[in-house]
Design a protein. Structure first.
Length: 270
């Protein structure tokens, strides 16, 4: 059996007050408040044959050419092949504009700074590799996400329908309730980090001039509480499509906090 070496790291994304954030209409919103840090989270896993790098960013999206360049930089920093590097975003609707969206311009200085930050983060994480053990698991969570498109009695379909519930016939599609979890621990038993996969749009505070990591940030915070302050969580967004945290029949039922806390509980149990 190949021996595993692992390390996790995190770095804060630059998002000072006034930074334009995207993900809503109107398309461009200068930040006036930041609720919590927006992060880049990194996992490096190495055995005798390969080195794998996972990167998760608290952003809405990335242009493919930028993601490819980041993969090149990360591969060089970790001494591995580009195809062994995964770069993902949480699809955060309250983060800096790394792409052009509608009329909101791409923040090119931010993207350039992001690339340098990630190269350094991967290099630093790689330098801390230590012997580790890895476990996998999954569970199901059915009560924090909903399909946002509904068929109404008149035959029309709406996302987040603001109508009397008696006019709604059924959801147009399903959700994906599966929570996939990888937990990596040191040989002494403390958690180095988690990789969590779940499908749900981070739409909390959408449309507001607020920067936040959304429920993935709460998930990370809560897993640190359950494990240790060094524990880093790499959140990999699933095929969210029309899956949202917002329950159209009870808008107060789920919040950024409630979704993140529940997801942390389920991830820890898995």
């Amino acid at each position: 059996m190949s021996k595993l070496f692992a390390a996790f790291g995190e770095a804060e994304l630059p998002c000072p007050i006034g930074t334009p954030i995207v993900g809503w209409i109107p398309p461009e919103r200068p930040t006036r408040m930041k609720l919590d840090p927006l992060l880049a989270n990194v996992a490096v896993l190495k055995n005798q044959e390969n080195t794998l790098v996972l990167i998760s960013l608290d952003l809405l999206s990335l242009d493919i050419e930028d993601a490819d360049e980041i993969r090149d930089l990360a591969a060089e920093a970790a001494g591995t092949k580009k195809e062994n590097v995964l770069v993902g975003v949480t699809h955060n609707h309250c983060g800096p504009a790394a792409v052009e969206l509608y009329d909101a311009p791409k923040n090119h200085p931010f993207v350039a700074e992001l690339k340098e930050l990630l190269k350094q983060a991967v290099r630093e994480t790689y330098s801390r590799l230590e012997p580790a053990v890895l476990g996998t698991g999954f569970t199901y969570e059915n009560d924090i996400s909903w399909n946002r498109r509904y068929i109404l009695r008149d035959g029309t379909a709406f996302a987040h329908p603001l109508v009397d519930k008696t006019e709604v016939l059924y959801a147009e599609g399903p959700i994906d309730p599966q929570v996939g979890v990888i937990c990596v621990r040191s040989m002494e038993g403390y958690a180095l980090g988690y990789v969590v996969n779940f499908a749900c749009h981070p739409l909390c505070h959408g449309g507001e001039r607020i920067a936040t990591a959304n429920f993935p940030g709460v998930l990370r915070r809560e897993l640190k509480k359950k494990e240790n302050d060094r524990c880093v969580t790499v959140f990999l967004q699933g095929a969210a499509g029309d899956i949202s945290h917002a329950n159209p029949f009870d808008q107060k039922r789920t919040t950024m906090e409630s979704v993140g806390v529940r997801l942390a509980e389920r991830s820890y149990e898995a």
